[in-house]
Design a protein around this ligand. Structure first.
Ligand code: PLP
Length: 443
């Protein structure tokens, strides 16, 4: 790789010049012969699902579902794994199983996929947003503690971008205030916190198997817990609890309305093969991310987000910080749009654009539902019903808002199947924009 030389005859692609690369990046396709054979095995059997929503031996699902649950529990070193049809369903079931009551408060993160903040509302509880850590981007323990009231019952914490949350401090706060912890590990499967698997750091952990995630079956989710009692409730909520409790001999009816959150045999069989690939896929992400950090280190306006001490990072996205002062005042969005213009889209993900992002998602409380406090019906339930004075005002979480608007960048250029030559093109694009940044000033 040769350093890009400033060349006014070859201006930036965003200004009409030639791109660093036009050939699409390779597809992130991890589905292969193994998954095909697994799917065929299920199709040949004719049994695409084997759940019954009554108290019966098939209440727990078919052979692939049960085998996956055993293998998942073994891999993650946890007592129970419960499969569901998405991580969203998993989050909803987790809130229910913990016995959250209408009007209870649950502390959530504003900087995540929306379902992890919306989950309390499914049980008519109130989401309360705490701010995130400036460097690690998970919920900030000090902000969590400042948001605890006598109504607080739980924390939904997210291992955002693939980095485990601050277990030691958050778990101590939870213990002190008798709060349950739901760990949203959708972005960090197989990642370690002091040798312990992320997802097993709180009371219930959840994983996603949607097609964006480290391993996938198209759609799907998994819950984990060491508690027999919670595992049973999760299985009931997954599969028509109200029709099952009597036969099963369950007398505590708290949140025992059931759903159909069941995973099919097909997804379970595919996930069993994907799980075998997780270690390798994770290592590839980590090595690719390290390579990119090393080769982008001389670009003064960007810096790699640090990894929490004692943790590995799963790099669902590779986060970095942008400092406009180091780039002659050029705004992050201008700089990153110029980098994106140098690069191609990724095969099979053409509609998603170049996989470099500025600011991740909007702080969740900016969504109309929170701004207008209107969830169920038209009269403001549950906030109005419980006289909730919780604030969703803009400015509520300044660290999150600053990262969203100005300082956080992220990309997926460390995905498995990106070759060294592919990564070098990414490195060259960043350098080209950095070296030609004078053309971006005041744009
Ligand atoms: C993907 C994701 C989810 C939701 O996953 P689904 O399986 O699509 O429902 C939840 N939380 C986080 C942090 C995610 O990244």
């Amino acid at each position: 790789m040769s350093p890009t030389v400033i060349d006014a005859t070859k201006p930036l692609a965003i200004l009409g010049g030639a791109k660093v690369r036009t050939k699409k990046f390779p597809a992130h396709k991890t589905i292969g012969a193994e998954e095909q054979a697994a799917a065929k095995r299920v199709l040949d059997s004719g049994i695409l699902s084997r759940f019954l929503g009554t108290w019966h031996e098939d209440f727990f699902g078919g052979p692939e579902v049960q085998a996956l649950e055993a293998e998942w529990a073994a891999y993650f070193n946890v007592k129970h794994a419960i499969t569901v049809n998405s991580a969203t369903s998993a989050l909803y079931a987790a809130v229910g199983a913990l016995g959250i009551e209408p009007g209870d408060e649950v502390i959530v993160s504003p900087y995540t996929m929306s379902a992890s903040a919306v989950a309390p509302l499914i049980y008519n509880a109130i989401p309360v947003f705490a701010d995130i850590e400036p460097e690690h981007l998970c919920l900030d323990p000090a902000s969590v503690e400042a948001n605890i009231t006598e109504r607080t019952r739980a924390i939904i914490i997210v291992d955002i971008f693939g980095l485990p949350y601050d277990r030691d401090r958050i778990n101590a706060i939870a213990k002190k205030h008798q709060l349950a912890i739901i760990e949203d590990c959708a972005q960090a499967p197989g990642v370690l916190h002091q040798g312990v698997m992320a997802g097993t750091l709180g009371d219930i952990g959840i994983y996603s198997l949607n097609y964006h995630k480290h391993i996938h079956a198209g759609e799907g989710g998994v819950l984990v817990t060491d508690s027999d009692e919670l595992a049973q409730k999760l299985k009931l909520i997954r599969n028509h609890a109200e029709s099952v409790v009597a036969g099963m001999g369950v007398t505590d009816l708290t949140n025992m309305i059931g759903y159909n959150y069941r995973m099919t045999e097909l997804e379970a069989a595919i996930t069993r093969e994907q799980l075998k690939k997780l270690n390798g896929l994770l290592t590839e992400r980590q090595e690719n991310a390290a390579y990119l950090n090393q080769h982008l280190a001389d670009i003064k306006c960007i810096s790699a987000a640090p990894v929490r001490e004692g943790c590995t990072h799963g790099y669902y996205q590779q986060p970095f910080f942008y400092d406009a002062e180091q780039a002659d005042g050029i705004h992050r969005d201008v700089f990153l749009n110029a980098v994106k213009a140098e690069l191609p889209v990724t095969e099979l993900r053409e509609t998603e654009g170049v996989k470099i992002g500025a600011g991740y998602v909007q702080p969740i409380y900016w969504q109309p539902m929170f701004q207008q406090k209107q969830a169920y019906g038209s009269q403001g339930h549950p906030w109005s019903t419980f006289n909730s004075s919780v604030s969703y005002a803009k400015g509520l979480c300044p660290v999150t808002e600053k990262h969203h608007l100005h300082t956080l960048g992220h990309h997926e250029m460390m995905r498995p199947l990106m070759s060294q030559a592919d990564r070098d093109d990414v490195v060259e694009a960043f350098h080209k924009v950095w070296n030609h940044r004078q053309y971006l000033i005041n744009r």
